[in-house]
Ligand binder design. Structure first.
Ligand code: DX5
Ligand code: ZN
Length: 220
């Protein structure tokens, strides 16, 4: 049993008409984190939801809320997402312009900070940020939509990040996001990922319970 792997269902693929129940269901069925994809129609070509929705579903579980902000600019919204109940806020290295101060701001508000890297962004983007980073989110699709195909070239990035993280003096989670299914979960874990974000492969598998879907990803 691969219990050290954390599964973070992305509610982007859930039934939005009963979001609270969906969150409670995956929490009860073995999820470790709830992944919340915030999209602004500007940094990414899609619009999802904001802090109001997050605050309204906060009461459905005690699991950590792993909030992935695909918005630009981001700084003016950090406080609202913390107030909504975020436990980790992940911002994109590409969303700039001052990622170092954005991470400082998140940490100063008492929660964990993550950095997401788009498929075209090298790991060197993290070079001067490591002391402020609790989580790295490797985008294994270009961000904006659920249900896309995993980009295999990102596995090398995961391996390189695992080597880098093992040399740091503090723990950093290494998460992959996009196109995660049993096969790509296995490849990602082999490459060094410890957290798997999955939308379609949790919420949209036919004939499979949420519990089975989560365990299949944890033990692919
Ligand atoms: C994409 C989002 C992902 C997405 C994953 O921009 O960051 O979290 O919901 O969806 P699947 O697992 O369906 O690829
Ligand atoms: Zn995401």
């Amino acid at each position: 049993m691969n219990q050290s792997i954390r599964i973070a269902p992305s509610i982007l693929a859930a039934d939005f008409s009963k979001l609270g129940e969906e969150v409670a269901a995956v929490a009860e069925m073995g999820a470790d984190l709830i992944h919340l994809d915030v999209m602004d129609g500007h940094f990414v070509p899609n619009i999802s939801f904001g802090p109001g929705i997050i605050a309204s579903i906060r009461k459905y579980t005690d699991l950590p809320f792993d909030v992935h902000l695909m918005i630009e600019p981001v700084d003016n919204y950090i406080e609202a997402f913390v107030a909504a109940g975020s436990d980790i806020i992940t911002v994109h290295a590409e969303a700039g312009p001052h990622i170092h101060s954005t991470l400082q701001k998140i940490r100063a508000l008492g929660i964990k900070a993550g950095v997401a890297l788009n498929p075209g962004t090298p790991i060197e983007a993290l070079d001067n940020l490591w002391d402020l980073v609790d989580l790295v989110l490797v985008m294994t699709v270009n961000p904006g939509f659920g249900g896309q195909s995993f980009i295999e070239s990102q596995l090398c990035k995961v391996s390189a990040l695992r080597r880098k993280i093992s040399q740091l003096g503090h723990p950093v989670s290494l998460s992959v996001d996009g196109g995660i299914n049993r096969e790509t979960a296995n490849k990602s874990v082999q490459a060094g990922a410890d957290t798997l974000v999955a939308g379609s492969a949790v919420f949209q598998l036919k004939g499979v319970t949420y519990s089975e879907a989560i365990e299949q990803l944890r033990n692919p």
